[in-house]
Write a protein that binds this ligand. Structure first.
Ligand code: P1T
Length: 379
């Protein structure tokens, strides 16, 4: 089955009680049992809920995995992955990644004895140098947030396999429409479903998808034991969002390209980060593992001045100044003071998150209007 068909049909079927074509919002905490242990597959909604189960099956199918698990946020999904580890274990992570991911790694899990190495993963030797007998997980975000670096998933998968450790990929920016990490050697795929999967800026959620039954059992055990689950209404919204993911992503990619090309030519713009540009340092890897290049575009301004960036994000009108990304409406953000403020300044600098860096989540409005808005903001 092709992507659009799977997105619309997998995991869902007409409601057995009424024939409702939309999966009902099973707003219930518990399920009546006919006798002890005699139930219809659901006992308590922290453990499982029919609306959540439909979403979990749907996301597993479009990621070419077998098992899905939905959580109350993207960070709750990451929290579950790290809870699979033990004190003394080590993780090698991308050094350019969402500020909240950096924060949970450094300020929550280091306290429990898990050690994190943040490395520039464009350089495979940087990963290999940090491997030791305690390494249990490689954590990749690609494209990275916010400088759109592309990490070679196949190369990371080979390193993980040969060292008998897990590879987790945060696929939030690419979505399964553009990239399916489980096909490229990843063991775990993670999403902030808050973003493109939901697609309408109306829900906060995270998901994990895996192929391996043993890893899935561990994830479900932690999901049920820690309890960071999402409610049925949120599951309904994300299920509905995924039905149009392929259509939205085509428009995000088309608009992302037009805007990246506009920015490259603008005299006030210095660097433009969009993996579809032939000048992008990882363009070749992007072409080999992504089907198109997405709607996230970052840029810096000539002179790299903080006040220039703050002026531009304030003047933009159609691009709303806000955190988050992946909705139908365009957003503009300033990573060093917003989404990535949790990362110390020197580490931000190493990752390329400079004072004038501006991040765009290009929506699916008409490109001419978006370009006109950026033009007036830049001038
Ligand atoms: O916000 P939440 O649903 O918990 O997801 C966290 C998260 C994880 N991974 C990536 C790549 C992300 O971008 C995010 C959240 N990011 C933003 C809110 C942002 O504006 O970048």
């Amino acid at each position: 089955m092709k992507f659009g068909t799977k997105a619309i049909h997998e995991g869902v079927s007409p409601d057995s009680a009424t024939g409702a074509i939309m999966t009902p919002i099973y707003q219930t905490s518990t399920y009546v049992q006919e006798g002890v242990g005699n139930h219809k597959g659901f006992q308590y909604s922290r453990t499982s809920n029919p609306t959540r189960s439909a979403l979990e099956a749907n996301i597993a199918a479009i990621e070419n995995g077998k098992y899905g698990a939905a959580f109350s946020s993207g960070l709750a999904a990451i929290d579950c992955v790290i809870k699979m580890l033990s004190p003394g274990d080590e993780v090698i992570s991308t050094n350019d990644l969402y500020g909240g991911t950096f924060r949970i790694f450094k300020t929550i899990f280091e306290k429990y004895g898990v050690k994190f190495h943040f490395v520039p993963m464009g350089d495979l030797s940087a990963v290999e140098e940090n491997l030791n007998e305690n390494t249990k997980l490689i954590w990749v975000e690609t494209p990275t947030n916010p400088t759109m670096k592309i990490i070679d998933i196949v190369a990371m998968g080979k390193i993980a396999k040969s060292n008998n450790i897990l590879l987790g990929v945060d696929n939030t920016f690419a979505t399964p429409y553009l990239q399916t990490p489980l096909d490229l050697g990843a063991d775990i795929v993670m999403h902030s479903a808050t973003k493109y999967l939901g697609g309408h800026s109306d829900v906060v959620m995270g998901v994990l998808v895996v192929k391996d039954e043993g890893i899935a059992e561990e994830i479900y055990r932690i999901q049920n034991s820690s309890g960071a689950i999402c409610g049925p209404m949120d599951c309904f919204l994300v299920l509905r969002g995924i039905k149009t993911l392929h259509l939205r992503m085509r428009e995000h990619c088309k608009n992302g390209k037009e805007i990246a090309e506009f920015l490259v030519k603008h005299p006030k713009v210095d660097k433009v980060y969009w993996p579809g540009l032939p000048s992008h340092p990882n363009h070749k890897v992007a072409k080999s593992q992504m089907r198109d290049f997405g709607g996230m575009v970052s840029f810096t301004t000539v002179g790299d001045k903080l006040e220039d960036a703050l002026g531009i994000v304030k003047k933009a009108k159609l691009f709303s100044l806000a955190e988050s990304l992946g909705g139908v409406e365009s957003l503009i953000g300033h990573p060093s003071t917003m989404t990535h403020a949790a990362i110390p300044k020197n580490e931000r600098k190493v990752a390329g998150i400079t004072d004038s860096l501006i991040r765009l989540s290009v929506g699916i409005e008409d490109a001419e209007d978006l370009i006109a808005d950026l033009e007036q903001a830049l001038n």
